[in-house]
Design a protein around this ligand. Structure first.
Ligand code: MEV
Length: 322
């Protein structure tokens, strides 16, 4: 039996632009997704995923054909891709467990995919590097959801805080300590694919305008990277505000997000923005230790739910093995 876990993530800078060959900055958070896998003596794969209401779902190895329910798709696609690539197979018991709700937008799909593939590589004694784990995990996520830059997959594997370029062209660990971040959940579940499609339609209609916005966001990411290294939080906060301005121009913010963002600024945050695809999910704010309580209360008063997070945490790891 092998049990692994991988962290969720929060996008700090560069969402949407990163789908178009630009860089982004992402931090791993201490809400983890774990997967336990055991070999069976028959040809069955049995999945239990309580957080998805999946109980004793059975499928035989021969029927791993790419057509799965939404709830089991990431796990089963990961298993199929692993068997295909490393020429091995076995019946399996797979059980997932999430410390966070998939509705926050913390990247539960990529975290479960990475945990599953890491557990399989241990179980079948296949030595794979982090980059190989990234490639097979990213392929799995794309097989299922078709779109995505892979930043969430990289975050689940490498953890910490990363400077990342689309498809893993650059995955650079940033050497920082802690980020004074506050996370406010809007209460609304966003659909990443819909928002990514919306931006791609805008890109088709108004290529130059959208491309210019992405160039501006790219500059912000590059500048923010420098400032993060030196923990210049007040400057980083103003980059967040600027990034948010461009996200609004892309049409991915929402009245609920704007309300939480506005209230956090008014309460004295260094800066704030949406985090992830937009449309709902979470916003993030940077605040000094003195302003932390005031900003959190202001977000709550505006209808947000504060989600306590630790940032910059460890990537995928083995929790137990015997
Ligand atoms: C979603 O969390 C972030 C996007 O940039 C999509 C992606 O990078 O895969 C909108």
């Amino acid at each position: 039996m092998v049990k692994t876990s991988a962290p969720g993530k929060l996008m700090l800078f560069g969402e949407h632009a990163v789908v178009y060959e630009r860089p982004c900055i992402v931090t791993a958070v201490n809400h983890r997704m774990s997967v336990s896998i055991d070999k069976r003596n028959d040809e069955k794969i049995i999945v239990n995923a309580p957080e998805m209401n999946v109980k004793d779902y059975k499928i035989s190895i021969d029927n791993l054909n790419g057509k799965y329910s939404r709830e089991t798709a990431f796990v089963l696609t990961a298993v199929k891709n692993f068997f295909d690539k490393y020429k091995c197979e076995s019946g399996l018991n797979v059980e997932t467990h999430s410390e966070f709700s998939s509705k926050f937008g913390f990247g539960s799909s990529s975290a479960v995919t990475v945990s599953t593939l890491k557990a399989l590589s241990e179980l079948f004694n296949v030595k794979i590097s982090k980059k190989e784990l990234f490639d097979i995990s990213y392929k799995t996520v794309l097989d299922v959801q078709k779109v995505g830059s892979g930043f969430d997959v990289a975050s689940a594997i490498y953890g910490r805080t990363l400077y990342f370029v689309s498809g893993g062209k650059v995955i650079e660990e940033m050497n920082i300590d802690r980020i004074p971040l506050i996370v406010g959940y809007t209460g609304i579940k966003a659909d990443t694919s819909t928002l990514v499609k919306k931006v791609s339609q805008e890109m088709e209609k108004e290529h130059e305008k959208i491309n210019n916005i992405f160039n501006k966001i790219e500059n912000i990411v590059i500048e923010a990277k420098r400032k993060i290294k030196n923990s210049e939080w007040s400057k980083i906060g103003s980059f967040m505000n600027e990034n948010q301005k461009y996200l609004r121009m892309l049409g991915v913010s929402s009245p609920e997000l704007d309300k939480l963002i506005f209230s956090s600024s008014k309460a004295g945050a260094y800066g704030s923005k949406l985090s992830g695809a937009g449309g709902g999910d979470c916003m993030i704010a940077l605040a000094s230790d003195e302003k932390r309580d005031l900003v959190s209360k202001a977000i709550e008063k505006a209808g947000g739910i504060i989600i306590p997070v630790e940032t910059n945490v460890e990537g995928v790891r083995i929790e137990r093995q015997y």
